[in-house]
Design a protein around this ligand. Structure first.
Ligand code: SF4
Ligand code: SF4
Length: 402
């Protein structure tokens, strides 16, 4: 009896209405079948109770993010920021209920109250202040290009290469941007960069709940694209891809976005790039959620890897393509940490290593950073490489069309 009374007191229709206004429109579709729960990576982790199927109903009742008690809100923060936005639940739901959107709506409310994880506050602030989550100076954004002799974008060029913040600044991951640029040069592709005139695409902070900072960043990029006359953007990050493709048009952008693997595979098919040097390794490909489930790109990275002589491509049985397990870095989680035994990345690395692979291949800078850190933390000795880095290795002088 007392329990029922508590629920009646907690039900908060005003919060429900605000959540719906902020994007949780799918709450009434859910019929509580529970199918989403087994698809969620937290189910594979197994040590943390994250019953995703409850969120649509709890939101419809106004129970999510509704408390005014500090302690209760802290629990909400821990819960709501566990979602890595992998969309495995959306994929499996018979009605396509968008649970990550429901949780993101709740994050927007928490963020408005300043109630969200400290590391994410710092990320949001850095993007607002200097245009990237690493807090690096804007004027160093093109430093990755070093001595590669890459021109500033000009209107007659076919594409703008937009490397993403992590490959622009992170000392290890800059090699992804460098490899991509070198491969483009070998394929004879006219391309340029914007350097300090571009900034974070804003995907991660939008998913964290920082809508206004996202909009500022997105509008600034759109202005830069327009001023430079950009029509086509090639990206290394699926997070930039999904944002430029699906979200920037809401703000008036008309640029076409294409992922590096999608762009490079046809160049190999046409013979403009010839991977001739053998890479005699067993390589397992990890499907990034944002590239696979969210953009439907599964084949281009595999085709590139299969075109490399000597390379044996492996798959994670039962957890490949649309069933891939998230690396655990999406929706701001790259900058968060959970106790040992409660980490999605540990579970995924184990799956990848258990294939017997000698190299883990990825096609997303977030996966790359997350896996590199995880492999080190697990004391494993397996390289993690972007597909473009492996392709560049396979392009010896004979592989150049130049
Ligand atoms: S799978 Fe869809 S309908 Fe079933 S509980 Fe999950 S969100 Fe609701
Ligand atoms: S998006 Fe991924 S992490 Fe978030 S609730 Fe759905 S399955 Fe779980």
């Amino acid at each position: 009896m007392a329990k029922n009374k508590k629920i009646v007191v907690d039900i908060n229709p005003e919060i429900r209405d605000v959540l719906v206004e902020m994007g949780a429109v799918d709450i009434y579709k859910c019929y509580q079948c529970g199918k989403c729960a087994s698809a969620c990576p937290w189910f594979q982790v197994g040590t943390y109770d994250f019953p995703v199927f409850r969120y649509p109903l709890e939101t419809a009742l106004g129970l999510v993010a509704s408390s005014e008690e500090k302690e209760d809100l802290a629990k909400e923060v821990d819960k709501l920021y566990r979602c890595v936005g992998c969309e495995a639940c959306v994929d499996q739901c018979p009605l396509g209920v968008d649970i990550p959107d429901i949780l993101r709506a709740a994050r927007r409310i928490l963020l408005d109250f300043g109630c969200y994880p400290e590391p994410l506050k710092s990320v949001v602030q850095k993007i607002r202040n200097v245009g990237n989550p690493l807090g690096e100076p804007r004027e160093k954004r093109a430093d990755w290009a070093g001595d590669l002799d890459i021109s500033a974008f000009q209107t007659h060029m076919e594409i703008l290469y937009f490397p993403c913040c992590i490959p622009s600044y992170d000392a290890r991951i800059q090699n992804v941007a460098r490899s991509t640029a070198r491969v483009l040069k070998k394929g004879g592709v006219p391309f340029g960069i914007l350097g300090a005139k571009e900034q974070c695409c804003g995907e991660a902070i939008r998913r964290v709940g920082a809508e206004s900072v996202y909009q500022e960043a997105a509008k600034a990029n759109i202005r830069s694209f327009e001023a430079a006359g950009v029509r086509r953007v090639l990206v290394s990050s699926p997070h930039c891809l999904v944002t430029f493709k699906n979200e920037y048009p809401e703000l008036g952008s008309s640029v076409e976005a294409i992922h590096a693997t999608e762009y490079l595979w046809p160049l190999i098919e046409q013979g403009r790039l010839k991977p001739a040097k053998s890479v005699n390794k067993k390589v397992v490909y990890h499907d990034p959620c944002t590239l696979g489930r969210q953009c439907g790109i599964y084949d281009a990275p595999r085709k590139i890897l299969r075109s490399i002589p000597g390379l044996a491509l492996l798959e994670v049985e039962d957890f490949a393509r649309e069933f891939s397990l998230c690396c655990g870095a999406g929706s701001g989680a790259l900058w968060l940490d959970w106790p040992k035994g409660e980490r999605i990345a540990d579970v995924r690395i184990k799956q990848l290593v258990d294939t017997g692979a000698e190299v883990i291949a990825v096609a997303c800078p977030y996966c790359l950073q997350m896996f590199e850190e995880t492999v080190k933390a697990m004391n494993l000795n397996i390289p993690v490489m972007d597909v473009t880095e492996i392709l560049y290795e396979a392009l010896n002088e004979k592989g150049s069309a130049e």
